[in-house]
Design a protein around this ligand. Structure first.
Ligand SMILES: Cc1cc2nc3c(=O)[nH]c(=O)nc-3n(C[C@H](O)[C@H](O)[C@H](O)COP(=O)(O)OP(=O)(O)OC[C@H]3O[C@@H](n4cnc5c(N)ncnc54)[C@H](O)[C@@H]3O)c2cc1C
Ligand SMILES: *[C@@H]1O[C@H](CO)[C@@H](O)[C@H](O)[C@H]1NC(C)=O
Ligand SMILES: *[C@@H]1O[C@H](CO)[C@@H](O)[C@H](O)[C@H]1NC(C)=O
Length: 349
């Protein structure tokens, strides 16, 4: 059986490892592993993005010319997996609910998204909203659909348990380069010969010139919300809420600050996020907001989109890349995992 090392224990590394386990012996090597959210250090572990995500699935319609079609296919695969996990593992941290979107200045991807087109795209429970359902007259397009949210650390801990229960091994190590795995003495990792490495290091090594970070500040509140709401404003700013459930509160967001490495949350931003959201969703979330935490995370973004491809190095070693998921790591995770497993198996079998 092939020996595969997955670098990374974020949502991408964990999902890939579980999928690869069906046919290979898999070890995860990572600096950070999922743990209860309360124990994740906001400064020391800021580069570990998975704890800081919302995280919800927001359908991004492909353009009529086919842009985003790959990502949409990944999102559909993930939706199907989330449904199956939710049905058998209520403890996994997944909640299904309605998603509501409001747009001030919709692009062609949205204006062409009719109920018939949504059916073609297999978006379940889709309905265009009528004008009287918009929160104010700046919003000019809106829809509702069926979707899911996860409590990120509850979900990632579930994935880690599933992986180890299935015979997967873990090693807590920091690597300097993905290739280092091939050079480690086998006893260091308790492995035989390593046949392939999956590079699911998020921003990780940071030596791909196309990769950059998009900082997101959000505010975690104690209040519950029965739906996940997203508003895209004409000036490019966003307002959203992601109910984490499982005693994890609700995330109110959020900023998208390109190449901003500030690690400290801004109190001004917190106030703006809360007041913007209150305007977008004026329903009572339990009387004002009770703030639990201000969150800063770094989305591992990549020019040209996520890198999901195999590479044979100069030393004839096989590295399968799975990074650069930006703000969509959770919603694309199972689609990425299937693509990675297929490519790794194609390389060996
Ligand atoms: C504010 C915010 C909101 C978000 N909301 C959503 C959302 O609603 N929906 C959604 O789908 N996504 C959302 N995201 C994005 C999502 O969180 C990311 O896309 C996802 O977490 C990326 O996962 P990853 O596994 O690629 O990387 P990470 O979670 O960063 O994991 C990287 C792994 O690689 C390891 N690693 C890195 N370098 C090394 C090294 N040198 N040696 C050893 N190990 C190493 C790390 O320790 C870690 O285990 C959001 C992100 C932010 C910041
Ligand atoms: C996060 O990553 C950046 C870029 O690689 C690095 O400079 C910084 O030291 C890292 N932060 C931590 C806390 O590891
Ligand atoms: C592995 O992934 C990182 C992103 O985390 C990237 O910068 C790096 O170039 C990749 N490694 C290789 C060998 O390509």
């Amino acid at each position: 059986m092939s020996e595969v090392v997955v670098i990374g224990a974020g949502v991408i590394g964990l999902s890939c490892a579980i999928k690869l386990q069906e046919h290979c012996t898999v070890t995860i090597v990572a600096k950070d592993f999922p743990a209860p959210f309360e124990t994740i250090d906001p400064i020391a572990q800021i580069n570990y993005t998975s704890p800081w995500g919302g995280a919800h699935n927001r359908w991004v319609p492909p353009s009529p010319s086919g842009e985003n079609a790959r990502e949409h296919a990944y999102a559909l695969i993930t939706y199907k997996h989330m449904k199956a996990i939710h049905a058998y593992h209520p403890e996994a941290g997944i909640t299904f609910m309605k998603g509501i979107e409001y747009l001030e200045a919709p692009s062609i991807e949205y204006t062409s998204l009719t109920e018939a087109r949504a059916k073609e795209l297999k978006i379940e429970g889709f309905r265009l909203l009528a004008g009287h359902e918009f929160p104010d007259d700046k919003v000019s397009w809106g829809c509702a659909y069926d979707t899911w949210c996860v409590n990120p650390m509850v979900y990632c801990c579930y994935l880690l348990r599933k992986f180890t229960m299935g015979g997967g091994r873990i090693r807590k190590r920091e690597l300097r380069k993905p290739e280092e795995v091939f050079a480690l003495p086998p006893e260091e990792l308790g492995l035989g010969r390593v046949d392939a490495v999956v590079n699911a290091s998020g921003y990780g090594f940071g030596d791909d010139l196309n990769i950059y970070v998009t900082k997101g500040q959000t505010c975690l509140v104690d209040d519950l919300c029965p739906v996940t709401v997203t508003r895209q404003n004409a000036d490019g700013s966003w307002s959203f809420c992601v109910p984490r459930n499982f005693d994890g509160g609700t995330v109110i967001g959020g900023t998208k600050d390109v190449n901003d490495w500030a690690a400290q949350p801004s109190m001004e931003v917190r106030e703006k996020l809360l007041s913007d959201f209150r305007r977008t969703w004026p329903h009572d979330l339990g009387g004002g907001y009770t703030v639990l935490a201000d969150i800063v995370g770094r989305r591992p973004t990549r020019i040209g989109g996520p890198r999901i491809e195999g590479e044979v190095t100069k030393g004839e070693e096989f590295i399968m890349h799975a990074y650069g998921l930006g703000g969509r790591g959770y919603e694309l995770s199972w689609g990425v995992a299937e693509a990675v497993a297929k490519e790794v198996e194609r390389h060996f079998i």
